[in-house]
Design a protein around this ligand. Structure first.
Ligand SMILES: CC(=O)SCCNC(=O)CCNC(=O)[C@H](O)C(C)(C)COP(=O)(O)OP(=O)(O)OC[C@H]1O[C@@H](n2cnc3c(N)ncnc32)[C@H](O)[C@@H]1OP(=O)(O)O
Ligand SMILES: O=C(O)CCC(=O)C(=O)O
Length: 392
């Protein structure tokens, strides 16, 4: 069992970060050992309590990587993803991880197509392999793959069987991203009500709903959430760590124990290692999500930041940034110029605004302060020329 940090923070919801397992299943993404160690360390520093760090069945290199991560003293639980079978449990043993997630399909389709099993035979496997993994010294969680397309009665029986077998947690996976938040709630609520097991939700973003579904699952009783940095993962990806943590804390007042200020740097690190740049507009961590251009917004923000912000950037170690562009108004321009000791009388502002719009449209971007200062000079000159027209 892993050594938790001496003073573990209070948590209402536990983050199980699967960047190094499902995140690496993003088509074309392959982390080196050094990248995995650096990501794991950054996650540990950010306060993540658990990492699903790889799949021992993939062979010696993956096992060695897991060994390195598990022996690093990160102060978090290092967990390996395993199919529910002896070979995968043996491979996890060689990896020396703290815990295993033993995965078994829950839907009839995956049970029959992949394993040729019926529901009763699947439960039999749980009764057989959970104790085997416990005997091997692991903490054992069970992953119900494709739970979102499974029969609800079977899921209840699965939860019962998993608890009786001695696992500490059941993961309900929306493997193909088939849920919306209402259905995610309906999936989780009856199982959370009926079972004492900790329930984890693992969402996929095929319809862009993974974060919303994860929040709905928590509302329904899930206490653990499976997420990845940047939301990378199989196909459209998983629920995004920064979005889920920020929404749990900011919208629901639920503690994750994470240091949210570390999320932007974490996102950048994973973006570099995965070759998937952080989109400028990505919630919480994107370059532009606390940047403001529109005149009406900036005029409000300059008086009271609460007028036009959803989340407080300070929580994430970030700041509001005012940019000057096509939609800037006089107050934004006066503010930007004022920071450089330049005044903006109303008559000059009236001339400057169209100049700014025109240049921003031609350049198709926000303007630099040097550009704004040059346009300001032009606007001043035009205003002076009008006030004192040359006479011939
Ligand atoms: C929804 C998810 O994200 S599940 C996790 C997916 N992750 C991965 O696939 C990790 C990367 N995978 C790999 O490197 C390889 O697929 C390995 C090492 C796991 C297996 O490789 P191979 O032995 O060549 O098998 P292959 O990939 O062709 O087929 C998958 C096998 O896993 C079996 N399998 C799939 N899920 C399960 C399960 N939950 N329990 C037991 N067996 C399973 C399939 O039935 C199939 O078995 P078969 O080879 O006896 O037909
Ligand atoms: O079975 C599990 O643990 C979940 C596996 C997974 O990544 C998924 O179903 O999307």
């Amino acid at each position: 069992m892993f050594e938790a940090r001496a003073s573990s923070p209070k948590r209402d919801v536990w983050i199980n970060d699967t960047t190094l397992r499902d995140g690496e299943q993003t088509p074309g993404v392959a982390f080196t050992l050094a990248e995995k160690v650096a990501i794991a360390e950054a996650l540990a520093e950010a306060g993540a309590p658990e990492l699903e760090a790889g799949t021992p069945a993939m062979g010696d290199e993956e096992i060695e990587t897991l060994r390195v991560l598990a022996s690093r003293g990160l102060g978090l639980r290092v967990l390996a993803w395993c199919r529910m079978g002896k070979a995968d449990i043996d491979a996890a043993r060689r990896a020396g991880v703290d815990a295993v997630n033993l995965s078994i399909p829950a839907s009839d389709r995956l049970l029959s197509v992949k394993l040729g099993l019926d529901r009763a035979e699947a439960l039999e496997r749980v009764r057989r392999y959970v104790p085997m993994a416990l005997d091997a010294g692991f903490e054992v969680a069970v992953g119900a793959e494709d739970a979102s397309r499974a029969d609800p009665d079977h899921l209840l029986r699965l939860a019962e069987t998993v608890a009786e077998a001695g696992a500490f947690r059941l993961r309900l996976a929306d493997t193909v991203g088939a849920l919306d938040p209402f259905r995610a709630h309906d999936l989780v609520a009856p199982i959370a009500r009926a079972s004492d097991l900790a329930i984890e939700f693992h969402g996929h973003d095929d319809y862009g709903l993974a974060t919303a579904n994860t929040l709905a699952a928590v509302r329904a009783g899930a206490t653990h959430v499976s997420v990845t940095v940047g939301g990378i993962g199989e196909r459209a990806g998983n629920a995004c760590l920064a979005e889920v943590a920020a929404a749990l804390e900011g919208l629901h007042g639920l503690k994750t124990g994470l240091d949210l200020a570390r999320l932007p740097a974490l996102a950048e690190r994973v973006a570099r290692a995965s070759g998937r740049p952080v989109p400028d507009g990505k919630a919480i961590v994107g370059r532009d999500v606390f940047a403001h251009e529109s005149g009406i917004h900036v005029a409000g923000l300059l008086v009271d930041p609460e007028t036009y912000r959803g989340a407080d950037p300070k929580l994430f170690g970030r700041r509001h940034r005012i940019v000057i562009g096509k939609h800037s108004g006089a107050k934004a321009l006066a503010h930007a110029l004022g920071e450089h000791g330049v005044e903006l009388p109303p008559l000059v502002a009236a001339r400057l605004i169209p100049l700014v719009r025109s240049l921003a449209t031609r350049r198709k971007r926000a303007l630099s302060i040097d550009e704004v200062l040059r346009l300001h000079e032009q606007a001043c000159a035009a205003t002076a020329a009008q006030d004192h027209p040359r006479r011939f």
